[in-house]
Design a protein around this ligand. Structure first.
Ligand code: ATP
Ligand code: MG
Length: 508
């Protein structure tokens, strides 16, 4: 007998249908899997055999061939265990059902229980698009799957339960609809609030602009001036994620296998802060079966690189392409995959190895060569890709001892969210979400400036020797500053403020 059940493979962020065909014929009892399986799929033979035996069913003592089609698509991971087991039982006529509109996914334990499986969200999303009606998947993944509406999710605890369901002995209840409200409308208290940070108004203003328009930021200053503290407080002013953004981010976490157990939907913007000893693959993603790296896990959130010059130069250089394209394409022998990587880069650095180059009251003890060597670690092209360059100076005693309470993050966040709403309206019919992602035609429409502003910009470009990229960045930042002021037009003062954030010679 031959049976055919449906499963799926994940490629990058998208899933593709995989047909699991099982043929049982007379001959020596063997189980062979064909169709480019990897080691984990090969090993599924043993798991499936034990799981079937431990689920009150009979493992056929016949010649079994399992074909995973299409044959040219490499299959990885243990998610094919359940479809193979169901296919065998169906071909052996121990169960009977119509598998045409059903997608089956899940890893089996030897006792027949189903384990948490990675990449469920993109697979269910594909099932909905392809018109499947039902999905059988591990119960632990079922909540995550209900994020996709309009498809029946059957949560399977173990193979025995599924067999009884398919034999109509004891039906499994379908999983209820996802309660988005209970996940989205939670006000969270942050450990770090801008109100606790004294002074540094210039840095706080830059952070507000960065959060509003999703611009990158580099903070430079002596040790202990509050750079790390400011970066940590950044999450408290980030706008809430939209549902589309949340689903996109959750898909990445689901594929990477890092979706926290009790969090079916990621509703908070991710903050990733890899250490400077991280490898380039950890940062951008990769491996034999390419997995998303830190930059993709930071998608729609923040990538915080503290002590920027301590990162090896070649590790930082890999950021150049994703910073420009907002995606990362990883090519391996097994194929080429593209992951999204639109994040706000927040970097912090000291101005020199001893840290006091820009400090008026302390002498820097570094030699010019040491300073040069330190700055050479971060290349010019990478610097050029950073929108806002700010100095975070050492605070004077008056600021430190002051009792004045700074503005709370909550208030700043309100302004940021308002600016985001303006951007949402502006880019309603486009893929662009924030000002920093504007394409050239969009810039032409939304970043028009008058003659006076044009003159100011011309002087800045000529005197500061700014690149074409810097020129565009100034316009985009000005757009965000204007949005924060609720001004429809970009004014000269907005341009003037944006120019301030370009790097000055003395910081190098
Ligand atoms: N503006 C500030 N207001 C209140 N406390 C501050 C401020 N700046 C620094 N501090 C205090 O100093 C500590 C050190 O600050 P932080 O770690 O942010 O410095 P840093 O600039 O990152 O230094 P480094 O260059 O050495 O990494 C903070 O934990 C905080 O207690
Ligand atoms: Mg620090």
């Amino acid at each position: 007998m031959i049976s055919k059940v449906n499963s799926a493979a994940v490629l990058g962020l998208e899933a593709q249908p995989v047909e699991v065909e099982v043929d049982i014929s007379d001959g020596l009892p063997t189980l062979t899997i064909v169709g480019l399986p990897d080691k984990a799929v090969e090993e599924s033979k043993e798991r499936v055999r034990s799981a079937i035996k431990n689920s009150d069913a009979k493992f056929p003592t016949k010649r079994i061939i399992v074909n995973l089609a299409p044959a040219d698509l490499k299959k990885e991971g243990p998610a094919y265990d359940l479809p193979i087991a169901v296919g065998i039982l169906l071909a052996h006529e121990q169960i009977s059902f119509d598998p045409k509109k059903v997608l089956i996914l899940g890893e089996l334990a030897l006792n027949g229980a189903l384990r948490h499986t990675n990449g469920i969200l993109p697979m269910v999303s594909m099932a909905k698009e392809k018109g499947y009606e039902e999905v059988f998947l591990p119960e632990t993944n079922s909540k995550e799957a209900t994020i996709i509406e309009g498809i029946k999710i059957i949560p399977v605890k173990n193979l025995k339960g599924l067999i009884r369901h398919l034999r109509s002995e004891k039906m499994i209840q379908k999983k209820e609809k996802f309660d988005f409200d209970s996940y989205f409308n939670i006000e969270k208290d942050f450990d770090f609030d801008l109100a606790y940070i004294k002074g540094q108004e210039h840095a706080k203003r830059a952070m507000e602009i960065a959060a509003s328009g999703s611009h990158n930021i580099l903070m430079s200053g002596p040790p202990g001036s509050g750079k790390t503290m400011l970066a940590k407080a950044f999450s408290s002013i980030l706008p809430k994620m939209t549902l589309d953004e949340a689903v996109e981010v959750t898909k990445i976490y689901s594929i990477a296998g890092v979706l926290p157990k009790n969090t079916p939907l990621i509703t908070e913007r991710p903050i990733r802060s890899p250490h400077h000893t991280s490898s380039d693959i950890a940062l951008i993603g990769g491996g034999k079966w390419p997995r998303p790296g830190e930059i993709s896990l930071a998608h729609r959130g923040v990538l915080f690189l503290d002590e920027l010059p301590e990162f090896p130069r070649f590790v930082l250089e890999v950021l150049r392409q994703p910073l420009e394209d907002n995606t990362i394409t990883i090519s391996r022998a097994s194929g080429s995959l593209t992951f999204p990587a639109k994040f706000i880069l927040i970097a912090a650095q000291n101005p020199c190895p001893c840290g006091f180059l820009t400090d008026d009251s302390r002498n820097c003890v570094c030699s010019p060569t040491q300073v040069l060597h330190y700055h050479k670690k971060v290349s010019g092209p990478l610097m050029d890709r950073i929108d806002l360059h700010i100095e975070v100076p050492r605070l004077k005693y008056e600021n430190l001892a002051s009792e004045k309470v700074a503005e709370e993050s909550k208030k700043v966040k309100e302004r940021v969210e308002k600016a985001r709403v303006t951007q949402q309206k502006r880019f309603e019919n486009s893929k662009t979400i924030t000002n920093s992602e504007m394409t050239s035609p969009e810039m032409k429409i939304h970043c028009a400036i008058d003659e006076e502003s044009g003159n100011l910009l011309r002087t800045a470009v000529n005197q500061l020797g700014l690149s074409a990229r810097s020129f565009n960045k100034i316009l985009k930042i000005s757009r965000t500053i204007a949005d924060l002021e609720d001004s429809e037009k970009i004014q000269t003062k907005h341009i003037a403020e944006a120019i301030q954030y370009r790097p000055r010679e003395k910081t190098f």
